[in-house]
Design a protein around this ligand. Structure first.
Ligand SMILES: [Zn+2]
Length: 150
């Protein structure tokens, strides 16, 4: 039972290490369990070869644990191979702590009467000769000096 807890703990650690390096966490869990259990079985088989000669059963367990540890170490080495990414995928899901993006302030349009209602400046006359605006009522243009019509 303790071994299962240890495998799960190592799998989670390897998964986290693999994700931090941009790799699949699920794959890390898979090879962690495969290496641990696989090498544990290999170790117990090798230990069994010695048991047949010495008759001491604990050698099986000792070899199984030894090989399981080797498998665990290999899984850790694989998981931690490569550089930690600057921006791991898992960080992208974190909430954005910066200032909330304020909506651009759209100034309320000041009331502008429709163009048809805008009174045309009554005095916006211009000289028929030179085009200069006539600012003063008079018989002659102040710009060109010619006589104004009307
Ligand atoms: Zn004029």
């Amino acid at each position: 039972m303790l071994e299962i807890v240890a495998i799960i703990a190592l799998s989670l650690a390897n998964s986290k290490a693999a994700k931090a390096r941009g790799r699949s966490g699920g794959v890390a869990v898979a090879y962690t369990i495969a290496l641990w259990v696989g090498l544990e079985i290999v170790g117990s088989l090798i230990g069994g070869l010695f048991v047949s000669r010495s008759g001491e059963i604990y050698i099986i367990y000792a070899a199984a644990v030894l090989f399981a540890v080797i498998g665990a170490i290999i899984s850790v080495v694989i998981s931690r191979r490569g550089a930690v990414l600057e921006n791991p995928v898992q960080l992208q899901a974190q909430p954005y702590y910066g200032a909330p993006q304020s909506q651009p302030v759209i100034p309320q349009q000041q009331y502008a009467p429709p163009a048809a209602q805008v009174a045309q400046p009554a005095q916006s006359k211009s000289c028929v000769h030179c085009g200069a605006p006539i600012t003063e009522e008079g018989a002659f243009c102040t710009a060109c000096g010619k006589q104004l019509v009307g």
